[in-house]
Ligand binder design. Sequence first.
Ligand SMILES: [Zn+2]
Length: 339
Amino acid sequence: MDRTVILIVLGVVAAFFLLILLGLGTTHKSPPSEESSLVMTSKAAAIPSSARGPAIDPKKGYFVEEIRDGFYWVTDGVYQVIFLTTGEGVIAVDAPPSLGQNYLKAIAEVTTEPVTHLIYSHSHADHIGAASMFPNNVTIIAHEDTKAKLVRDNDPRRPIPTVTFSDNYTLTVGNQTLELSYKGPSHEPGNIFIYAPHQKVLMLVDVIFPGWTPFMFLALAEDVPAYIQAHDQVLEFDFDTFIGGHLGRLGTRQDVSIQREYILDMKANATDALKTIDFAAIGKKVGFDNPWLLFDVYLKAVAQKCADVTLAKWRGRLAGADVFTFSHCFRLMNSLRLD
Ligand SMILES: [Zn+2]
């Protein structure tokens, strides 16, 4: 996720809480529940054990493991990458700065093959901002929209892709094959599916978060209908293991189905809240003189109702649901109003 976007979002979120603290941002008749806002993060619910991944040796700072047949994954507990040994060079995917050189150490732990190919899942610096650590002659493959963004951003940490595609691209190196495909802006334009048909492993970054609620505001999805649709697109693949690019464990088909159910629940709850929260009644209370204040109070009341109903079912089932459900409801509600 782009750092500027995150800073803007954090600023907006901070402004919300200031208003809530000042008593301007809530229409609650009863006191707000404990998880009613992101400001309660420090009191967040316990993380269910189902959300935990393998232990990471603090001296190493990363965990590497072969999933099957030369397909490996690496995590630092927050970010995930994959690589494949092919007999003719390593195919690496993404390069998060949080892993940095530990990625190279993880590869060197299991093979002496050099990295010859690098795939970008998408353009965001938090996932590929360490890409310049790979050799200059590495072949970099990405979607054409990712290349366009990287040309625009002109960031030396994220070298420009040397091979691009629009719909599908099959990469075969040595004894390994990856099928890359683009099915729409699931997270941002250019975010691709990375599929290993032999190993039955599928990677899609910043959309599904096994065991956890997505990062805030539907993981900052640029296009909410496309984000929701991506859950069905994932389930169309024949895979056993899913890699979401974040947090500490691998995913399964069931994880994808669970998040799909959670997102559709929130969509239904946001739809219902838009129908039932009375705009005119809030206007009578707040006044119609300052439309921005009126909309601020109204939209937050809608998102809060959506969050309260959603959390009654999902609190404790997905880690972090108490932290980010309000923000997801807020994003969904605005999509329902506008898209
Ligand atoms: Zn991203």
